[in-house]
Design a protein around this ligand. Structure first.
Ligand code: 8YV
Length: 326
């Protein structure tokens, strides 16, 4: 019996490829570089499934180029690279990797918040540059985490993980805003209080963004929102590029209308807004919030399990559009 053909759009763990090769004929991008759009369109043409990593746009054009495509399995919890309505209409299943990255990503959100508020990167650069030659009362004086007000925009699994760390670990007063209010038991578990977005912008000492990217959340934090924040506030974005207007953020950081920012995701990444590279009060990381070895392995395994589960047994593990199965 011939095996179904699948595409793995980027280099992943050898263990993942070995698992997939037990069931499929695998075309695997082993190069360092992401395939061009033209390459992706050409290579997906004869495939039944695709293993994607969040950067590959799966839209009507690609679906038209791949008449036999039945599933795209994203190795990411976010799936704004998928046009889900177009996939559903064509009967193509979409899957993602929720849960397995929640705690790791929440850990990183907290690490980035602490590095930002306590000016860790900025002070390390200063030391490495040989500029540390005296004590000064205000040298790299930042803002406190413990006892401060933590605002969270987007209260899904990762947002709740950050809230728990803040409330239970650091005695923070946690407020959040979300499309809908959490059930009382979920609010109680992370000691979080629902507030309007405007109140959160005005009162948070630290604001962490963990909401999914969509047309509605595009530039949810722009010049107007940044103006409402405290001059002592820090902003952390571990959600998606495009949720923050990076140009407006660089301006706010330069004008010190907010104190500092920690940014892991960028509009148009891996390109970074040039103005962000020139302001000192921002910690910049290359989209690594889920990057621990066990978590990345678990994400890759879950994406592979979705492909095997669906194409071999008809049962995906974490479908986004289960209506395709009916
Ligand atoms: C991924 C992410 O590393 O899961 C997500 O949504 O943003 C990250 O965990 C990235 O999408 C590549 O897989």
């Amino acid at each position: 019996m011939t095996k179904p053909r699948i595409l793995v759009a980027r280099a992943v763990f050898p263990e993942t490829i070995a698992l997939l090769e037990q069931h499929f004929e695998v075309e695997h991008n082993q190069a360092d570089e992401i395939w061009s759009r033209a390459d992706l369109l050409a290579r997906i043409r004869d495939k039944a499934g695709a293993f994607t990593t969040g950067g590959e746009r799966i839209d009507a054009e690609l679906l038209a180029a791949a008449p036999g495509l039945r599933i795209c399995a994203n190795m990411a919890v976010g799936y704004n690279n998928f046009d889900v309505p177009a996939m559903t209409q064509r009967g193509v299943l979409a899957t993602n990797t929720p849960d397995v990255l929640t705690e790791t990503t929440a850990d990183f959100g907290f690490a980035l918040l602490m590095a930002t508020a306590r000016r860790i990167s900025e002070s390390e650069h200063f030391l490495r540059a040989g500029k540390w030659n005296k004590w000064a009362y205000d040298m790299f004086a930042g803002s406190d985490i413990h006892g401060s007000t933590l605002g969270i925009l987007g209260m899904g699994r990762i947002g709740r993980g950050i809230a728990r760390r803040g409330a239970h670990g650091f005695g923070m007063n946690v407020i959040y805003h979300n499309r809908s209010r959490l059930a009382p038991d979920l609010e109680a578990a992370c000691k979080a209080r629902y507030v309007a977005k405007e109140e959160m912008l005005k009162t948070a000492d630290h604001l962490v963004l963990v909401l999914p990217y969509s047309k509605e959340s595009h530039h949810a934090i722009g010049a107007a929102e940044l103006k409402q924040m405290k001059a002592t506030a820090t902003l952390v974005n571990i959600a998606r590029g495009g949720i923050v207007d990076d140009g407006a953020l660089a301006q706010a950081l330069r004008d010190k209308t907010i104190a500092a920012a920690g940014i892991d995701v960028f509009e148009g990444e891996p390109k970074v807004h040039p103005d962000l590279l020139t302001v000192p009060n921002v910690v910049l990381t290359p989209h690594i919030a889920s990057a621990t070895v066990p978590t990345r392995m678990a994400m890759a395994k879950l994406a592979a399990d979705n492909l095997v589960g669906f194409l071999v047994n008809g049962k995906p593990v974490t479908p986004i559009n289960p209506e395709v199965l009916r």
